[in-house]
Structure formats: structure tokens, C-alpha cells
Design a protein around this ligand. Structure first.
Ligand SMILES: [Ca+2]
Length: 392
């Protein structure tokens, strides 16, 4: 297996957003309303004119200090149910591997304090408990408003007709034949009625999938769950520290080989993407949590299965900015910066999903990172939570 990225990967944007999906959904109307050329721009998520450069993230990210390395710490008390203790310490975050994406480089020194983390991705059963207890309605179950969408598209974009603004979410749809891998709109669809209870669309269900990770949850939904559970989303640094499982600078959570002794260690894609997943690992879409072996800290599915929301804003230059100083407990940049979608502030997702494969997205590596629109649910994105011990 190789992780060499085809050149086009450097320009591959983050996966589809609900806005882009809606714009695709309403493309005939947009074509009439705005002229086909302009609509084509929206269709491909491209600004009609050079985007204004967003203000760069702060150079003095919180916690960017030259300080002695932190020491790993013992668990302060018994772990909350379903969580494991990650002792904290100083580690090399990111990678210098030239075959990685530029946004993963360079490797740099980061210190994190100890914390508890969910051993698994949040499951459908767990999310159902939250919804039962609170009556929470997820983003995908609500009709999007133009107010919400307009900040994510170039100024002057005409509003879609009200009838196009219906509840729904983004669903992966395999293609019939091999396609160039530089246009994700070919395999992502906005499906009205798709949500966490119907992840592939209104006809689908999660019956019998209590132990599968919840998907079709926006960043806002994940935040709401975390608050209810008296937890929070991990920082990107905490996520990577935990995912490494105590191994130093290894490509995968379990070492350097994708398939040690021929064994699949994560739920990822085998076969021609995005045509057919051969499911050599046993799964076409999500797998029940704890199906694949845990990492050194006892965490499952940090690679593959579903992408996991982090608390941080996404900036492709975050790692480069941290190159020369030890960073302590970083919480990410103050502003998002994704050159592929300058109008849509994105959050970090980590770990890759069942759609990741060596020909397209090798984000099951410990340093794989991507931007995702916080208001968009996707059929391959979920989350896990962390918790900071109370101060002594
Ligand atoms: Ca995962």
C-alpha cells in the first residue's frame, strides 16, 4: 500500500456542504435566475471572482509558548463510563512525510494536559438517549434558511426559491463508472429527509444499528450532545494525541503497516472509489464501534469508520504556524481559513471514514485532517467527546 497522493489531491476541497448540496439541488432554478455560467460556478462551489483573502489566523495562537515539556499525568479518579484516560504529555503533532498533504506538515512540538476521551465514536443508541432526554432537533431535520446559507456563498448570490429549502442532509452516492476524483459533487447528494435517523435518506433507517456511530450530525449537533453529556469536543491536538495511542510519530494508530499480517485494522474503502467498495474489511458503510482493534489507549475507530468533529476552526496553515515553538494545549486558530471555500468557515474533522482509500483520501493516517462545514451533516461524519478532570 502506498500513501502517495496524486497531484490533484492538493486541490481537493473538503467534502460537500449542505449549502453546496442545496445549490446543486436547485441548479435548474439557479441557471434560470442567474445565468448558467454563474450557476456553474455555484455548482462547483467556486467563487465567480477572486475571493478576498480572509484575515489570517492569529499568529499568537493561545498556548503558543516556549515552555518546558509537560509530563504525562496519572488519572485523577475513576474514568466516567465509556471513557478512558489519556495521560497527556508532549508529542510530535503532524508529519514531515512528503507524501502527506501540505496541511499536515510540518511535524511540530505540542503539549497537552491529560484528559478523558470516549473510547468509541458516539453511537446511535447514545445519541437517541440525548434526543429523548432533551427533545433536541438536529440541523438536518430543520429547513435551512437563506440567512444561514448566504454567508457561505459569494456576495451577490441570489437566494434559492423557498421551496428548495427543505430539511435534508448530504449522502454519499456511488457512481456507476470510474470518474475523475477532483469533483466530489459527483458522489455527494443533498437528499431531502436524510438525517441521523435516516442516514441514507427517508427510506433508510438505523434499526439494528444501535452500536453504529451516529452520522448526519452537524458540528452544532455534536456540541449540543457534548454539553448535555457534560463533556466537550476534543481540540485537534487532543484528538491527534489520543489517536496516536502512545506511539511516537507512527503513520497509523497501530504502527507503520496499513495491514499488519494482512489484517484490516480499520473500516475503510477497498476497490475503485467512488464506484464500489469491495468491503474486504467486512463493511460497505459504517461498522459497529469496537469491531476493529483499539489503539494503545484503548480507543476504537480513531482511523476510519466515521470522520470525527473537533472543536477547532480549520486553517490549512495551522501546523506551519506552530513550526518553531512548543505549543501548549492549543485550541486552534481564532478564525477558519480554507482556500477552497473562503466564504464558509470550517471546523476540523479527523480520522477519515469508511470512504477513505489509498487512491483518494488516506486520512486514516494519524495526521490526516480535513475541513468540514459546521452546519452540514454527512453520512460519513460523527464525533466523540472528551472531558477535562475537575481542578484539584
Ligand atoms: Ca473514526
Amino acid at each position: 500500500m502506498t500513501t502517495q497522493q496524486p497531484p490533484f489531491m492538493d486541490k481537493t476541497p473538503s467534502e460537500g456542504t449542505r449549502t453546496q448540496g442545496l445549490l446543486r439541488f436547485i441548479i435548474p432554478v439557479l441557471a434560470l435566475a442567474a445565468g448558467f455560467g454563474l450557476a456553474q460556478h455555484f455548482f462547483h462551489g467556486t467563487a465567480p471572482q477572486p475571493a478576498p483573502a480572509p484575515e489570517k489566523s492569529n499568529l499568537q495562537e493561545p498556548g503558543l509558548v516556549a515552555a518546558p515539556a509537560g509530563k504525562p499525568s496519572a488519572p485523577p479518579s475513576e474514568a466516567p463510563p465509556g471513557m478512558v484516560w489519556v495521560p497527556g504529555g508532549t508529542f510530535r503533532m503532524g508529519t514531515d512525510d512528503p507524501s502527506s498533504m501540505p496541511r499536515e506538515r510540518p511535524a511540530h512540538q505540542v503539549q497537552v494536559d491529560g484528559f478523558w476521551v470516549d473510547a468509541t465514536e458516539v453511537t446511535n443508541a447514545e445519541f437517541r438517549e440525548f434526543v429523548k432526554a432533551t427533545g433536541y432537533v438536529t440541523t438536518a431535520e430543520k429547513a435551512p434558511s437563506w440567512e444561514e446559507l448566504k454567508d457561505q456563498v459569494p456576495p451577490g448570490t441570489p437566494p434559492p426559491p423557498p421551496e428548495a429549502l427543505v430539511p435534508g442532509s448530504m449522502v454519499f452516492a456511488p457512481t456507476n463508472t470510474a470518474v475523475p476524483l477532483n469533483d466530489y459533487t459527483q458522489w455527494w447528494r443533498f437528499i431531502p429527509g436524510a438525517n441521523w435517523m435516516h442516514p441514507e435518506g427517508p427510506e433508510s433507517s438505523i434499526e439494528g444499528k444501535d452500536q453504529h456511530p451516529v452520522v448526519q450530525v452537524s458540528w452544532d449537533d455534536a456540541q449540543a450532545y457534548a454539553r448535555w453529556a457534560d463533556k466537550r469536543l476534543p481540540t485537534e491536538a487532543e484528538w491527534e494525541f489520543a489517536a496516536r495511542g502512545g506511539l511516537e510519530s507512527k503513520k497509523y494508530a497501530w504502527g507503520e503497516d496499513l495491514q499488519p499480517e494482512g489484517r484490516w485494522m480499520a473500516n475503510i474503502w477497498q476497490g475503485v472509489f467512488p464506484v464500489r467498495n469491495r468491503a474486504d474489511d467486512g463493511f460497505v458503510t459504517t461498522a459497529p464501534v469496537k469491531t476493529f482493534p483499539p489503539n494503545g489507549y484503548g480507543l476504537y475507530d480513531t482511523a476510519g469508520n466515521v470522520w470525527e468533529w473537533c472543536g477547532d476552526w480549520y486553517d490549512e496553515n495551522t501546523f506551519a504556524r506552530r513550526a518553531s515553538s512548543l505549543v501548549q494545549n492549543p485550541r486552534g486558530p481564532e478564525k477558519a481559513y480554507d482556500p477552497d471555500a473562503p466564504y464558509a468557515p470550517k471546523r476540523v474533522v479527523r480520522g477519515g471514514s469508511y470512504l477513505c482509500t489509498d487512491s483518494y483520501c488516506t486520512a486514516y493516517r494519524t495526521t490526516g485532517r480535513m475541513a468540514s462545514d459546521p452546519l452540514t451533516g454527512l453520512s460519513h461524519t460523527g464525533f466523540r467527546c472528551v472531558k477535562t478532570p475537575p481542578a484539584h
